[in-house]
Structures are given as C-alpha cells and as structure tokens.
Design a protein around this ligand. Structure first.
Ligand SMILES: NC(=O)c1ccc[n+]([C@@H]2O[C@H](COP(=O)([O-])OP(=O)(O)OC[C@H]3O[C@@H](n4cnc5c(N)ncnc54)[C@H](OP(=O)(O)O)[C@@H]3O)[C@@H](O)[C@H]2O)c1
Length: 264
C-alpha cells in the first residue's frame, strides 16, 4: 500500500529527476529550476568539458557523459541515473538534433542527417524511457507520481518548409508520447509532450541565425513553465493516491469494527 504520510507537500522536494541535454539552453535552465524547487537532478550530454562545467556550476547535480543517439550508451546512462538518484520519478527527454544545418528542403536533405535527427529525437528517448521503465513503475507504485516529459516543438504539428528532418522526428516523438501515455497511464506513469516555444538558445541560433533574439523566450521562462506542468501532474497523482489510501484506511477501520462472528 502507498505510504503517503512520508511524502512532502511540495511535489519537488526529494523528487528524483533526469534531464537529457542538460548543459545548454532549456536543459540547463531545467537543471537549475528543478534544483531550486528541491529536486535531486541528474543530467546527460555528450561533451565532457561542458558536463564538468555544469557540474561545477550546480554542485548538487549529477553530470553524466553520454550520447542518447547511440544504442550502446543508453544502458550506461540509465544505470548512472538510477545509481546517482537511487531511483527515478521524472525523466525529461530534452536533447535534440536539428537534422541538416543550415536547414534544408527535404529533397536536399542527406539521409544521414534525417537518420541522426531520428536517432537523437525519437529512438534515443524511446530507448532511454524503456531502459528506465522499471524505475518509473516503482516510483508510481510508491505513489510518488512518475512523469516522462518529452520536449516537443510546433514543428511536430506544422509542416514548415526546411524543417523536415527535425519536424518529422518531433512529430514521431509527439505521437509516441501519446501512445506511451495511453498504454501506461493506468500504471501511474504519465507522459507529457510539450512545446516550450521559440527560445533564445544555441539550437535556435543554429536554425534561424537571422532571428531577433530579443523577441525570443528566455529558456529559464520555458523551464519554469515546464516545471509547473510537471508539478501539476505530480500533485494530481499524489492527491489521487492519497484519496485511495484514505479509502483503504476507512475500509480497514470499518472492517475492524465488525464483529468477527456476527450473530445469525
Ligand atoms: N530553442 C527553441 O526555440 C526550441 C523551440 C521548440 C522546441 N525546442 C526543443 O527544446 C529542447 C531543447 O532545445 P535547446 O534549444 O535548449 O537546445 P540546445 O541549446 O542546442 O541544447 C541541446 C542540449 O542537448 C545536448 N545534446 C544534443 N545532442 C545530444 C545527444 N545525442 N545526446 C545527449 N545530449 C545531447 C547538448 O549537449 P552536447 O552537444 O554536449 O551533447 C545540449 O546540452 C529540444 O528538444 C528542442 O527541440 C527548442
């Protein structure tokens, strides 16, 4: 039975969260935001020097060097996440690849560029989620409220010319999230697929170098919005689990008040 008396009111206190792509842009902002809210955080990125820099900047966070697009990196990443945090409540699949840079029409897109976008944006999140399902299911059983947030984009919905590789991969990730959710919500693992909006990050600068950066959202703002969305799910889950636990207690009390051998 769920032991909710030990769970704090702030759903982020002691929350065990992992974020891919935690050394730049939105991922880096999420590392800071979740730590500030009281979570334990592990983050993943490919470049060791940047992982070390962020680990120095956020001493409470656990940095992991790995490439989510590489099949052989997934289990080492998953093992390090669970080892560092002692379990997992929230996974944020945030690391992303644009496909061809400069962005290209589909007819001019190299197959290898599409392949890399799919490996990073679809297969990577799929493999990492699968590798961590046991830890997430265990979190859900403990009534902590397991959440997977897949970071999406408006390019997942709108067919923007030159965003073909990225848009197709984000569309696949978005649909994958919906199906995961339909399959696993009953087990208490909730999937979110959210578009953070156009942000002032290195990825955006690569994709749209001519953009007016002053018009773009700060990644810290998007991180707060995404953390709020995660918090709402966790609070709802815990409230539902709390109600179930209360019902069980009431039923147990009721049963214990019944005579063992009622008079016939
Ligand atoms: N920026 C926008 O306007 C915008 C709009 C809509 C949606 N998004 C989405 O928001 C998310 C964050 O984007 P961002 O703009 O913050 O990107 P960003 O600044 O380019 O940061 C990307 C992060 O992911 C890591 N990364 C990239 N490939 C990886 C891989 N294969 N394995 C592990 N880590 C990897 C990078 O570090 P390394 O290079 O060292 O690995 C870096 O930490 C993405 O999912 C993106 O699609 C962004």
């Amino acid at each position: 039975m769920t032991n909710l008396t030990r769970l704090p009111l702030n759903p982020f206190t002691g929350l065990r969260a992992a974020i891919t792509g935690g050394t730049s842009g939105l991922g880096l902002a999420l590392v800071g935001e979740l730590l500030t809210r009281g979570a334990q955080v592990a983050f993943v990125a490919r470049r060791r020097d940047l992982v070390q820099r962020v680990s120095r900047q956020h001493r409470a966070a656990h940095g992991i060097v790995g490439d989510v697009s590489k099949k052989n990196d997934i289990h080492p990443i998953a093992i390090q996440i669970v080892g560092a945090l002692g379990g997992l409540d929230v996974l944020v699949n945030n690391a992303s690849d644009l496909g061809p840079v400069p962005l290209a029409l589909l007819g001019d897109t190299e197959c290898e560029d599409l392949e890399r976008a799919l490996a990073t944006n679809v297969l990577g999140p799929f493999r990492l989620t699968k590798a961590l399902l046991g830890a997430l299911a265990s979190s859900a059983r403990e009534g902590r409220g397991a959440v997977v947030l897949n970071v999406s984009s408006d390019a997942a919905i709108n067919p923007y010319p030159r965003w073909g590789a990225y848009g197709a991969s984000k569309a696949a990730l978005h649909h994958l999230s919906s199906i995961w959710n339909a399959e696993l919500a009953g087990d208490g693992i909730h999937f979110l697929s959210l578009d953070p909006g156009d942000m002032d990050t290195p990825l955006h600068a690569l994709a749209v170098p001519e953009a007016d950066r002053s018009q773009l959202k700060r990644p810290e703002t998007a991180a707060r919005e995404l953390a709020d969305a995660i918090g709402r799910v966790l609070s709802d889950r815990r409230a539902a689990a709390d109600a179930r636990a209360q019902e069980t207690i009431q039923e147990t009390l009721h049963d214990s008040r019944q005579p063992a051998h009622p008079a016939s």
